[in-house]
Write a protein of this length. Structure first.
Length: 498
């Protein structure tokens, strides 16, 4: 068994083992388990003709399928499940807002999955990864961290809604649940600092037991057979509705597709960067190996989800919990898949895990993702503004695709407005400091001329204006991008060596 796992998932090559991957998969699932109940609340009756229990079944099956495909075929530690934002759009935007029959809304989701599958099979999905500049990708990681933190703080009521003037404010501090949750955050941070194995899972279990004790809300049931309860379960998709009036359903399909593609590509890159699994190609593009399988998994599982009464499937940012726990291979995702299948029988037990136990993990992940801010050259406005819009719009609008859209639009405009238009204009081309690592025969920078020539930099004191990367060796050269161009010119003057 161990030999098969090693050959399939390359555990040693990525510096992990089966035990660590199991812990990571368990941590990811525990932070994603809320989707089973919340998705049922959003998509169950009275919003659709499905019983909430049926939605739980559809959520578990489609999530298990998507996670398994990503784990086994792409060997990536990502968990897939329905996106709550897409669930809300399907329920409140299409069904309630536009009066579309729920069967038609789910059929729109099915078509979205089919299109995404075709994009993956034809490798056109890789264009999404190449289309997004590296700076926007890095800002996406930071924005995801801020969004996760905001979600976690809202969950424990540390941040609550306020008046129209301030929108949010500090929540009441006299709630013991809040302090228990914050204590869980500090416990997990301490265990993580000391590299205690299973620290995230330990933190969740400790807070869960405390919350069960003080609220006296112990789980009354542990096992329940997954039984289909509503006849409407077999009528979730109806293509005749779309064929009769395609104009009504086309906007929904396009919205699902655009949000899905940007969401999957952005979250996938952020998680791959967090795990050190991204790859830089010779042409400077930063990609995720076998990313087409991630789009394929999202597409196929979305079609299955629609048939079972669920919204489109995306890569969940909660997968960062497993990565933080040490997950580096697809075995983590396969463990997540197994837990989702088991959840069909243990839904009562998993549903009793309080949000106060999982919210600290979300906040801790958000904190760990802030370190990528040092990878952005904040002194260059052409780079800083798109990056800032990307990372700030995400938490403020509660949407990852919104942040990417604002970042891409501003990056495109500033690419033209900030370029060198006149021959005598000072040369302010963006210089990729991250690629200027001191190495034998490596590039050497002349600061005054902002040009690069080749030489040797050994035992030199780094310039305080050009800090060395704090990342691991796997992140070296990460900042290369088509939007960050290095110019090699002959220069005979003095050189500042790194």
């Amino acid at each position: 068994m161990g030999g098969w796992l090693e050959r399939t998932f390359k555990l040693r090559e990525r510096g992990t083992n089966a035990r660590a991957e199991f812990r990571a998969g368990t941590a990811t699932f525990l932070t994603m388990a809320y989707i089973l109940l919340l998705n049922a609340e959003i998509l169950g009756k009275p919003h659709t003709g499905l019983e909430p229990t049926d939605v739980v079944i559809g959520t578990a099956v489609s999530s298990a399928l998507g996670s398994f495909i990503v784990g086994y075929f792409a060997n990536l530690p990502f968990g897939l499940a329905p996106g709550l934002g897409l669930s809300a759009y399907l329920s409140y935007g299409l069904i309630k807002g536009k009066g579309i029959p729920w069967e038609g809304a789910l059929t729109s989701a099915f078509l979205t999955g089919a299109i995404m599958t075709v994009l993956a099979v034809t490798h056109m999905s890789n264009l999404a990864m190449r289309f997004i500049p590296v700076t926007i990708k890095i800002a996406t990681v930071i924005g995801m961290g801020l969004l996760l933190t905001f979600i976690g703080m809202q969950t424990i009521d540390l941040v609550v809604a306020a008046s129209d003037d301030s929108l949010v404010k500090l929540g009441p501090l006299d709630r013991p649940e809040l302090w228990i949750s914050l204590g869980g955050l500090l416990l997990q941070a301490t265990l993580t600092h000391h590299q205690i194995r299973g620290g995230v899972v330990i933190g969740i279990m400790v807070v869960t037991l405390i919350m069960w004790a003080i609220t006296n809300q112990w789980p009354t049931r542990i096992v329940e057979l997954p039984i289909e309860k509503s006849p409407a379960f077999k009528e979730a998709t109806r293509f005749d509705l779309i064929s009769d009036d395609p104009g009504v359903y086309t906007p929904g399909v396009l919205a699902f597709l655009l949000v899905g593609v940007f969401d999957v590509s952005g979250v996938m890159f952020g998680l791959a960067h967090l795990a050190g699994l991204h790859r830089e190609e010779d042409n400077g593009h930063v990609t995720v190996p076998k990313s087409e399988w991630v789009f394929f998994a999202a597409g196929v599982s979305t079609m299955v989800a629609a048939v079972l009464g669920c919204s489109p499937i995306i890569v969940h940012i909660e997968s960062a919990a497993g990565i933080k726990e040490g997950g580096r291979t697809g075995l983590t995702a396969c463990v997540v898949s197994g837990w989702f299948l088991m959840s069909l029988f243990f839904a009562p037990l998993l549903g009793s895990i309080p949000q106060e136990a999982t919210a600290p993990v979300v906040i801790l992940i958000g904190a760990s993702m802030m370190g990528q801010a040092s990878e952005i050259d904040w002194k260059q406005m052409r780079i800083a503004v798109p990056a800032f819009l990307t990372l700030s719009v995400m938490p403020f609008t509660f949407s990852i695709p919104n942040g990417i859209a604002f970042g891409l639009a501003s990056n495109l405009i500033l690419h033209f407005t900030c370029r060198k238009w006149f021959a005598d204009e000072p040369d302010n081309d963006d210089v990729d400091y991250e690629s200027l690592q001191a190495s034998n025969g490596g590039p050497v920078l002349n600061q005054s001329a902002a040009t690069i020539s080749y030489g040797t930099a050994e035992n030199q004191t780094p310039s305080p204006k050009m800090p060395r990367s704090q990342s691991s060796a796997s992140f070296e050269g990460f900042m290369r991008s088509p939007t960050l161009v290095l110019r090699k010119e002959a220069y005979s003057g003095p050189r500042m060596q790194l």
